[in-house]
Design a protein around this ligand. Structure first.
Ligand SMILES: NC(=O)c1ccc[n+]([C@@H]2O[C@H](COP(=O)([O-])OP(=O)(O)OC[C@H]3O[C@@H](n4cnc5c(N)ncnc54)[C@H](O)[C@@H]3O)[C@@H](O)[C@H]2O)c1
Length: 318
């Protein structure tokens, strides 16, 4: 199988690339190595994939339709796994137009090319953010998600809707995967697990929004990756599927884990929790279990320890 994988240099994308290559698939990576965080990290993420003869990399922007068209015409992939995107919630409040260009227009560019070149199966990354601030848990795919609380969530929901339209009108098989706070080796440095650990490590205060009691359905990256691969193996007409751990921990749990790993206490700067930050995320994963045989297996202790091993060895740099 030949998979066009967007966002292949990113945190989740680079793990998906390695998992596909490990089982003998061909991977055509597309990434623009933007500087939302240090692109040196993205180069490092791809170190292993780049040694594999079945991996080809294009340093291309999703917003460039002609460039994508040239790649797809040349490579003729069997499937598209679309993980590229602008991912930070707070950054989306600063640059909403950029989020629309990349997450909506960029996604439609790919859907359109899938239609024109007869690529029948499209898997894309959506987000638990589309559930907004709801406190009715666990979040189910049937829940109403018409009130995205920030531009990031709105663009992810818009991309899901475009996916529906392309499946309905043009007969593509489209699956949108709603990821829940993914963490692990190669973690994005703007995410809580990284920020907490790095602040304690450098003896600077953690800027904590709220009192640390907010709960997240933290999902270990290799569990998420198994769900992505299962989706690539199982085309459906159109499905939205939660990929979470279905087991929540508080932000304070991660701060305590980081304190223990680093052997020193956190300094905490308590800030008001902005409205864009939900109090809880919690995935109902019964659909993922049913359709994908998805089962997250990594405990919080094991997941944090694997994150921390990476952090010590190379995650501090860059
Ligand atoms: N990490 C999480 O907890 C999480 C949760 C929910 C959803 N997601 C979604 O999963 C996907 C992957 O997230 P991640 O955490 O690996 O983020 P990431 O930022 O590490 O990876 C995204 C990659 O996309 C690339 N990219 C961004 N804009 C691009 C463009 N215009 N053209 C080409 N490439 C571009 C970036 O360079 C980056 O390498 C994203 O779509 C994100 O919205 C992530």
């Amino acid at each position: 199988m030949k998979v066009l994988l967007t966002g292949s240099a990113g945190f989740i994308g680079s793990h998906v690339a390695e998992a596909l290559l490990a089982r003998g698939d061909e991977v055509v990576g597309v990434d623009n190595f933007n500087d939302y965080y240090n692109p040196v990290r993205k180069e490092r993420n791809l170190r292993v994939a780049c040694t594999n003869k079945n991996f080809t990399l294009y340093r291309t922007d999703l917003r460039n339709y002609e460039a994508l068209e040239t790649i797809i015409k040349h490579e003729r992939p069997d499937k598209i796994c679309h993980l590229a995107g602008m991912a930070g919630v707070r950054y989306s409040l600063k640059y909403p137009l950029l989020y629309e260009e990349v997450n909506v227009k960029g996604t439609q560019n790919l859907l359109e090319l899938a239609r024109l070149f007869g690529i029948p199966h499209f898997v894309m990354a959506s987000s638990s953010s589309v559930y907004g601030g709801r406190t009715n848990v666990p979040f189910n795919e049937e829940d109403r998600v018409d009130f995205p609380p920030h531009p990031y969530a709105a663009t992810k929901r818009a991309a899901e809707l475009l996916g529906y339209t392309y499946s309905h009108v043009f007969d593509l098989k489209v699956t949108a995967l709603r990821f829940f706070t993914v963490y692990g080796p190669r973690n994005r440095p703007d995410m809580a697990v990284y920020l907490f650990t790095n602040a304690i490590d450098r003896d600077v205060p953690i800027n904590l929004f709220g009192d640390g009691s907010a709960r997240r359905d933290w999902t270990f990256v290799l569990d998420t990756v198994r769900g992505v691969i299962a989706s690539l193996d199982r085309p459906f007409n159109y499905e939205i599927i939660n990929l979470g751990n279905s087991n929540t921990h508080t932000e304070m749990d991660f701060i305590r884990a980081a304190e223990k790993a680093l052997g020193k206490p956190a300094l905490i700067n308590y800030l008001e929790r902005p409205a864009s930050e939900p109090l809880i995320t919690f995935a109902d994963i019964s659909k993922a279990r049913r359709l994908l045989d998805f089962e997250p297996v990594t405990t919080f202790e094991e997941g944090y320890s694997r994150f921390f091993d990476w952090y010590k060895s190379e995650g501090r740099e860059g």
